[in-house]
Design a binder for this molecule. Sequence first.
Ligand code: NDP
Ligand code: HSE
Length: 431
Amino acid sequence: MADDQRRVRIAILGAGTVGSQVARLLIEQKDDLAQRIGAIPEIVGIAVLDPDEAREDDLPRSLLTSDLGALVAEADIIVELMGGIEPARTVLLRALNGGKSVVTANKALLAAHGPEIYEAADAAGADLYFEAAVAGAIPLVRPVRESLAGDRVKKILGIVNGTTNYVLDEMTTKHLAYDVALKEAQELGYAEADPTADVEGYDAAAKAAILASLAFHMRVRLEDVYREGITEITPHDVAAAAESGHVIKLLAIAERTEAGVCVRVHPALVPLAHPLANVRGAFNAVFIEAEAAGELMFYGKGAGGLPTASAVLGDIVSVARHLAIGGKGPRESNYVDVPVLPLSAARTRFQMRLRVLDQPGVLAKVAAILGKHQVSIEAVRQPPRAAEAPFAHLVISTHEAVEADLDATVDEIRECDVVNAVLSVLRIEGE
Ligand code: NDP
Ligand code: HSE
């Protein structure tokens, strides 16, 4: 039973897509949550930019304020759902330094300024929870940070951005233009305030940095993550992927190898039979390979106000329980000292599409360039949907090769006299 004398004071910073749902659920489910926490969760205020602006939600107007400092001073738990770096960074550091616990969904902030925020939390003995910062509703941070804390994670492979998965899925299944699909994703509340963060891969890179840091017990910074977005993906790429039995997905990949750790985000061809190929719409899915656990898969809604609110509320309950009945969340674990490797060290399979002269000896010339750079060909296809004379299209898939070798190969192929254009080079993952 909740002790009705006891209250946990909660400040919600932000009442946008996520914050408005968190506040609504906290109000509507207050009695249930009080039972689970062992104290009554009380919202002391909700910070917005302009409290007088007309809003679509039904939140009590008396709770709205633009005075972040005063609101934070009143609360025990700060729930940061404003997004962006400032003022979120300054406000959270001040709150943590004052011993207040923090729940945030702000992956951009954690990926850019994680170390100082973790350090402030650890120094003050305050909780720092951020389940919603990676893959929205999917319980993923907690499993990696706590459930797998006794195992050795070897690889993470996942779709961690709902907006880009939605866009690529609509381009694949409904043949929608990129712009139309992106506009839909924004209207559905999946996209970041500036969708560049989604489509250029920054959002996925931030999540990859957070996941890799937790999984490998080290600090992986945003700038350590190789990043490519989906803005260069054309309807031709999508159609060509389908012809070769693949679908294009924006993947986040973090690997621990003998030499160190490599973390990258880029579009990749995923075979149609692979479970990631069937992750539709704004859903996310993440595979984790760990030494003892083997393969694990996490799947669910990676974006949207209500699903994300579920993850935020889970964190609020954990932190509030600690305040009500004792206990502490995990501290940062960053003892591993191995290098973060550049992309050039990664090994992957590739598929390149070329427009070449349709004449004898062309394939031999191209194959010789691949061979020279130690890139082994797995298959070559000349699609019947031929290019206009005098050209043909060649689709070449390779065995696993080192990125640096592939780069050198593509540079030389571009200069080759029988090659009219390198139409695309995409990595193949999940085979
Ligand atoms: P929104 O842009 O919808 O909402 C931001 C809210 O913060 C608004 O209510 C805004 O006020 C308020 N705000 C912004 N700056 C200030 C400030 N300086 N002072 C006071 N209030 C401020 O963002 P989302 O809800 O989409 O995202 C919030 C966080 O959750 C981000 O970190 C995002 O990355 C993360 N996230 C979002 C997901 C999603 O699907 N949308 C999924 C997972 C994580 P006002 O209403 O007046 O404009
Ligand atoms: N914009 C993000 C996405 C929200 O599309 O996945 C969740 O972080």
